[in-house]
Ligand binder design. Structure first.
Ligand SMILES: Nc1ncnc2c1ncn2[C@@H]1O[C@H](COP(=O)(O)OP(=O)(O)O)[C@@H](O)[C@H]1O
Ligand SMILES: [Mg+2]
Length: 222
């Protein structure tokens, strides 16, 4: 699916230079379900942002599918749209829109209106994650678990090969976190989507097939 080799990423700000990813390498195969854990501030979100082509690495190589990712915004957004779905820590849903409108939003980036097929696909996804009854509800009045599911449907609307999730259960209670963990497993096995998930939860990490810990800018198998 993708290969990161000797990836380095550092931030420079008022307090100096901080090397967050330091010669990091990672190989993820088609169909893998990978969990990444690590202390707060260890660079998990940075790593996911590099994989998601949201930020470029400073050095190293990143090959996604058969494309080497270079720092050109045109290539990045087209690769991202075609191949990658992302679930963010803070959902990033638009509060003034309904659940289904949020799910269809990525399609409006390329087209002015959405097709009936797309609406049907959004409805199927809502059914798949168990939120059909929330279709026309404003996302503002949804619970954390429900918002997570809407964000998951939005991430899947373009049929991505790779789903990235940043602490998708970070804001949920234990019972809801367990349900969402099961849902990611179902996405992996039934939709055959490759998943890389950052998590604090041992339970979430437990549903993945491979688990790595980010320490000192590198991944250790755990
Ligand atoms: N845009 C940025 N500019 C400067 N420092 C940053 C930026 N983003 C993250 N950092 C710093 O890089 C480190 C890793 O951040 P992050 O990847 O968010 O870690 P995690 O997700 O594991 O908590 C932290 O020390 C954070 O403060
Ligand atoms: Mg983070």
């Amino acid at each position: 699916m993708f290969q990161l080799s000797n990836i380095t990423k550092q931030y420079v700000d008022g307090s100096g230079v901080r090397r967050v990813l330091d010669c990091l390498s990672l190989n993820v195969d088609d169909g893998d379900f990978v969990a990444i854990t690590g202390e707060s501030g260890s660079g998990k979100t940075t790593l996911l942002s590099v994989i998601g082509t949201l930020i470029p690495a400073d050095s190293g190589t990143y090959v996604l599918g058969d494309t080497e990712i270079k720092d050109s915004s045109e290539q990045l957004s087209s690769v991202r749209n075609k191949m990658i779905g992302m679930v963010f820590q803070d959902y990033r849903l638009l509060p003034q829109f309904t659940a289904i409108q949020n799910i269809l939003l990525p399609l409006l980036a390329n087209e002015e209106s959405v097709s009936q097929d797309a609406v049907r696909r959004a409805e199927e996804l809502m059914d798949f994650v168990g939120i059909s009854s929330l279709k026309d509800k404003s996302v503002e009045c949804l619970s954390g678990g429900e918002k997570t599911r809407v964000a998951i449907c939005r991430a899947l609307i373009n049929k991505p090969l790779l789903l990235l999730a940043d602490e998708p259960t970070g804001q949920l209670d234990e019972a809801n976190a367990r349900l969402v963990a099961k849902l990611f497993k179902k996405i992996n096995t039934e939709l055959h989507t490759t998943i890389v998930m950052v998590t604090h939860s041992a339970e979430m990490a437990g549903v993945a097939d491979k688990c790595y810990r980010l320490v000192n800018g590198q991944l250790q198998e755990s």
